[in-house]
Design a protein around this ligand. Structure first.
Ligand code: ASP
Ligand code: MG
Length: 418
């Protein structure tokens, strides 16, 4: 069995969906399980709906209508016959959504979020499977919520591997093209849960693990995993092979091509992960598998923008020791501030952090009672795996370096500005 994952960008319009058909024709679809995300930016659009719903905004209706219109346009482009059953099936899904919003009494934001946001994947997979059938492929639409069971930690649910394994082994038939939703699961009471934003790669890995799949392929609009983001680096090159360990390191430092949770289940069973271009599906792309760490052995650049560099020093020249450090980390955790780099000396402690939820000013007032706090806003963190002098020069040229940290395989450089 092969598991294919198509993300939002690959199915953002009718042309994208026709292209999925094309990829299946070219690579074969016998024994394929397709995992599909919501179309284009639907998840973001549904997040707006959720926000409007909670704020009882007058824009709620129009935000729902935007999502409907977007899918309607795709349906009209794909199916010329307005009596095709897909129109009614999709309309019914949206009616379900509206019924939920009308009758829901739960004030739990995360719970409501999952019940609403899941519509993106339900609708995208319905359209895709109807289209594949229409094109003559024997297709099975699967509701992933009957397979992936999780706890009730909405928006970041934890998979119950035992139940999930049992459901998948018993009930997945491999004699037709199976199409199912990425990102979703369900809890004990069969309420919808989600696995965290961009979680569809992880769904692919869960199925691959439980099915002992031959491989997972993530289809992308790039040729594979590059050693740098081609938008920012002139000489970005394709990596042919990456070991699991190296891929986990790259994901840890923030390479966004592969969702970090995806790799562990695959590594456990040594199932190869291919990252390939949906525009040139017959090219080999990148393979993440057992074997050499990196081929070709290029330095890899990972860039994180809009970081905050914070330096804490003791007010009375006392040492910053374990107990202060653990206290500081506890606060970062509490304020949902993600630490991306740490450096300490006897009386000072520097961290490069990401303040996604704009909590730093509040935290700063607490830290300032105990420490002298200095900080630089809007800094950029460059990580170079397998650095060379030349690679470092590329990053540092004409820039103000605020901090640099070197270990055996990794160099991290913090630059003022972007
Ligand atoms: N549709 C979800 C998101 O945009 C899941 C995914 O795309 O992987 O986060
Ligand atoms: Mg996505």
């Amino acid at each position: 069995m092969r598991v294919y994952k198509f993300g939002g960008a690959s199915v953002k319009d009718a042309e994208g969906i026709r292209n999925v058909y094309d990829v299946l024709q070219k690579t074969g679809y016998e024994d394929v399980l397709l995992i599909v995300s919501a179309m284009g930016k639907t998840t973001n659009a549904l997040e707006v709906v959720i926000k409007n719903y909670f704020e009882q905004s007058s824009e709620l209706q129009s935000s729902v209508q935007d999502v409907k219109n977007y899918h309607d346009q795709i349906l009209l482009d794909l199916f010329s016959d307005p009596n095709h059953p897909v129109f009614e099936i999709i309309a019914n899904h949206f009616t379900d959504l509206e019924c939920f919003m009308e009758h829901n009494k739960s004030p739990n934001y995360n719970f409501v979020y999952d019940q609403i946001v899941s519509m993106g994947e339900i609708v995208s997979t319905t359209i895709l499977s109807q289209f594949m059938s229409f094109m003559g492929i024997d297709t099975q639409w699967i509701d992933v919520r009957n397979f992936i069971k999780t706890d009730a930690n909405y928006r970041d649910a934890e998979v119950d591997w035992e139940l999930t394994q049992e459901n998948i082994s018993k009930n997945i038939k491999t004699n037709s093209l199976n199409i199912t939703q990425g990102f979703l699961g369900s809890d004990e009471n069969n309420f919808t849960t989600t696995l965290g934003r961009e979680g569809s790669d992880y769904t692919a890995a869960i199925f691959a693990y439980c099915l002992n799949a031959e491989s997972v392929t993530i289809w992308k609009d790039v040729p594979g995993v590059m050693n740098a983001d081609p938008r920012y680096f002139e000489n970005a090159s394709l990596l042919n092979q990456i070991s699991y360990r190296e891929a986990i390191e790259l994901a840890f430092y923030g390479a966004s091509v592969i969702h970090p949770k995806t790799l562990q289940p695959l590594q456990k069973k040594e199932i190869p992960l291919y990252v390939k271009s949906f525009i040139n599906p017959l090219l080999p792309g990148t393979s993440v598998a057992k074997g050499v760490d990196l081929e070709p052995f290029y330095p890899c650049f990972i860039v994180k923008r809009e970081q905050l560099l914070i330096s804490l020093s003791s007010i009375d020249f006392s040492f910053i020791m374990e107990e202060n450090i653990s206290e500081i980390f506890k606060l970062f955790h509490e304020y949902q501030i993600k630490v991306n780099l740490i450096q300490n000396s006897a009386i000072s402690f520097s961290v490069c952090v990401e303040d996604k939820f704009s909590n730093f000013s509040e935290l700063n007032s607490i830290l300032s009672k105990k420490f002298k706090v200095d900080f630089n806003e809007n800094v950029t963190l460059y990580t170079i795996r397998h650095f060379t002098e030349e690679a470092a020069t590329t990053v540092e040229a004409n820039k103000t370096v605020l901090l640099k940290q070197v270990s055996r395989e990794t160099m991290q450089i913090i630059i003022q500005g972007t």
